[in-house]
Design a protein around this ligand. Structure first.
Ligand code: PDD
Length: 277
């Protein structure tokens, strides 16, 4: 596939960065994952605004204006074959002699690639997925979409080893999010999501589901969600760029509600499919 590195479109297999890149040495960078359906980018403005916030939060100067980013994204889509893609954007602080302090006069490394959209298999959608819980051991700035993902990687591996799709994270007795998705629950027909704070990433689907709830008449609250409440939810949902809206059938081996996708998740998934058109 074709990718983009520092101003040049080139085949991914030929694309190389220095081992002194601060992304490699320190995990010093931020990223985005943007879905593309039928060659059309979905919610690009929201993703590019979040990229800009992530860059600001870590003190890397945004190398492009939103319009220029969008042009690069469109060019990358055009150069890759799949109709449904994911565009990965990564910006690191650049290449410099190893020193924790920010280097002076160094340009950020800008890398973009496309991969085929990893559609969730129909059977998983229809049945709902298994999740486990684990303590959230990540740093306290999870609202920044940082490429330093070791905490997320270790959390995800726990679910791999339990044949589960995601690891739902608990900090101080409260739900934060999952290793690579946001988590929602339904009780008495109402949707609830945790408070939007520095302990979790504000997914682009958080704003989107808020809109969809308005459209389909589901009440939504952002409030602290206890581990206990999670365990007695009628429905649990995951959202991310790649999972879209995905029902959780079991949590730590115990059925969630009826143990299959519930009415709120099903309605939100349908509304999401409409929004993509
Ligand atoms: N992950 N929380 C975390 C920790 C995430 O990594 C993601 C997305 C989300 C959902 O955000 P959004 O709705 O904007 O995709 C929440 C991406 C897809 C990834 O790392 O591959």
């Amino acid at each position: 596939s074709e990718c983009y590195l520092n101003g040049v479109f080139q085949p991914l297999a030929q694309c190389q960065v220095s081992v002194l890149d601060r992304g490699f040495i320190f995990g010093d960078g931020v990223y985005e994952v943007i879905p593309v359906y039928g060659r059309r980018v979905f919610r690009a403005d929201d993703h590019l605004a979040r990229l800009s916030r992530s860059l600001d939060a870590v003190g890397i100067k945004n190398p492009s204006q939103a319009n220029d980013w969008l042009a690069l994204v469109r060019e990358l889509i055009a150069r890759n074959a799949p109709d449904d893609q994911c565009i990965y954007i990564q910006v690191t602080r650049g290449v410099a002699k190893r020193d924790h302090a920010f280097p002076q006069g160094v340009e950020p490394t800008v890398f973009m690639m496309s991969f085929p959209f990893p559609h969730v298999p129909e059977q998983k959608r229809a049945q709902g997925v298994a999740c486990i819980t684990a303590p959230d051991l990540r740093w306290r700035n999870a609202h920044i979409k940082s490429i330093s993902l070791l905490g997320n990687v270790l959390a995800r591996q726990l679910s791999v080893e339990s044949d589960a799709t995601e690891t739902v994270l608990i900090r101080d007795g409260l739900l934060t999010e999952a290793s690579a998705s946001n988590v929602w629950l339904v009780r008495n027909g109402r949707l609830a999501a945790p408070l939007r704070d520095h302990d979790k990433l504000e997914g682009i689907r958080v704003g989107l589901l808020q809109e969809l709830c308005g459209e389909i008449g589901v009440k939504l609250e952002f409030r602290p969600i206890s581990e206990w409440e999670l365990r007695c939810a009628d429905e649990i949902l995951l959202t991310s760029a790649t999972k879209e809206v995905l029902s959780v059938a079991t949590l730590d081996g115990k059925a969630v509600g009826q143990g299959k996708p519930g009415p709120v998740a099903t309605a939100l998934y349908s509304a999401y499919q409409e929004a993509k058109k």
